[in-house]
Write a protein that binds this ligand. Sequence first.
Ligand code: PRX
Length: 634
Amino acid sequence: MSDTFLKDSVTVSSLNHESDSLQIEALYKKAHEDRLEFWAEQAEAIDWFVPWENILSWNIPHAKWFENGKLNASYNCLDRHLGTPTALKKALIWEGERGEERCMSYQELYEEVSRFSDVLKKLGVKKGDRIAIYLPMIPEAVVAMLSSCRIGAIHTVIFGGFSAEALQNRIEDAGAKILITADGTYRKGKHICLKQTADQAIENTNSIEKVVVIKRTHESVHWNSSKDLWYHELMKEAKFASAEMMDAEDDLFILYTSGTTGKPKGIVHTTGGYMVSVTTTTRLVFDIQEDDIYWCTADVGWITGHSYVVYGPLSNGMSVFLYEGAADYPQKDRFWKMIEKYKITVLYTAPTAIRMFMKWGETWPHGADLSSLRILGSVGEPINPEAWMWYFENIGSNRCPVVDTWWQTETGSIMIAPIKGHGPLKPGSATRALPGIDAVIVDEQGQRASRGYLTISSPWPSMLRGIYKDPVRYQNTYWKDGRYFTGDGAMCDEDGYFWISGRIDDVINVSGHRLGTMEIESALVDYNLVAEAAVIGVFHPIKGQAITAFVSLKETATGSDELEDLLKKHVAMRIGSFAKPEKILFICDLPKTRSGKIMRRLLRDIAEGRVIGDQTTLADPTVVQEIKGLYQED
Ligand code: PRX
């Protein structure tokens, strides 16, 4: 863990009004004194068809928040704004990579969603059915999600960068009935045919009955007339469908994320608690203003896209900007030019992007007018103090607070972050747990400590309700002594500020993408020449971590640049290009303990040039020399 927490704190003078600070402290105090009452009060900010009877029933690790309350997430994002000035406000402002523009008011988005909900119903989708969404960042991705929950279906969004095989696995695990995709997308000027990947994914799956295809690119696609249906054709006949009454604990979505085994976990979120948490945290962290133009750069395929592109901002009636494309197309100032053009007020992005912008140099942002910006957010991985300061100085002109937000797919909403960017802020620290969130650091023995494992000690509304179809894994992965274990290491300083160091399990974070080392290892050993593989994350100045794989081959094979290339392609095919190892090293044997466990720690020590820790349990000490030798050659 970096000790840079000693760095000076930053106070953003324009924000730190005493009256605001007092209000925020009062909020913390109230939540501390009566956590449940705090959440009950927050729940008043969303619309319920039937009020809940009980705030929480907690039978570790099973929570029921806002018991017997009835609501609909789509209704909360759309219908409740109708008849208010928000109805005419822009809900979505979209720009494509080639500069195409689209805009939808809340009224228009409501109409589109109501009609697509009717389409889904006519396709036979019922409450509780699963819908897979494999789309680029286009308004229809939001429409698909909101239509799904409008009729009580459960969506599972799969990031467009996942391969056919990864898509297939997720569709199968969820048992999805409908797949919603597009003919393609553009990235760095190139056409990417999503439909082709979708076709491959469903070739051998039984559950998908129909594929709804959005015409995005006008490129021709292969058409399977028994399954494929054009979105625009279906919409011609559509009527308005009203929002179903859902129970607070009805499933809203399943989102797959990587864990410590080879198989991704289907994280389940339910309706009531999730909507309360995302609505509250969007309001508190981003200090919503009526005329905000808000841009969260995450893809809807990740949790940040769910909570802070779709559900949180729309339930708060914000104008959300969406961009489909690369940050350096046609030039490295694309983000800054769009901020200038649309007068974006809140920017929420990832440290890996910030470090990339740093590398490109400040001339690019300095060439645009960024004076509309008010708050800068960061999410997805630890932000190093240098990147924090660069963001603060060059993008926010020392004026906009940087809100570093710590949370996870499982937590559903932001857990640790400054409210309204109120200071003092410390570059590199996500500051304090939000009101109503009981974050505690514990040591190996489970005792409170200032450095150790980051845990959450009390339930919170948007907590995951389980792993889809795997209750045992849910209990075993996350819960110990009544606490939720996050998988992150952290430190707490004398002001109660959290400093998150990152994962302490076999999960790595590459450019903000969460990947399981076992997942990549499984993909590698599945290649016919590979005997064994060990994958580690090593420090990378831009990506945060980069993937290095150590591979031992079967006797008949020898390592070569060609084989390295083939293996990288193989991983891309099994998972997606973003999971490709940066480096593959061929070794005779992997370092293992005498009981046969791979010593990844030792590999990390060598790869990052550290003194190698305890080697006494190593079965064959000569392996260390071999690996060190490989690094010297490199
Ligand atoms: O290690 C933490 C890191 O990202 C993990 C969660 O990844 P995922 O479920 O994909 O969700 C990412 C978006 C919420 C965490 O266990 N992480 C996320 N935000 C931060 C972070 N690490 C440090 N600081 C953060 N602000």
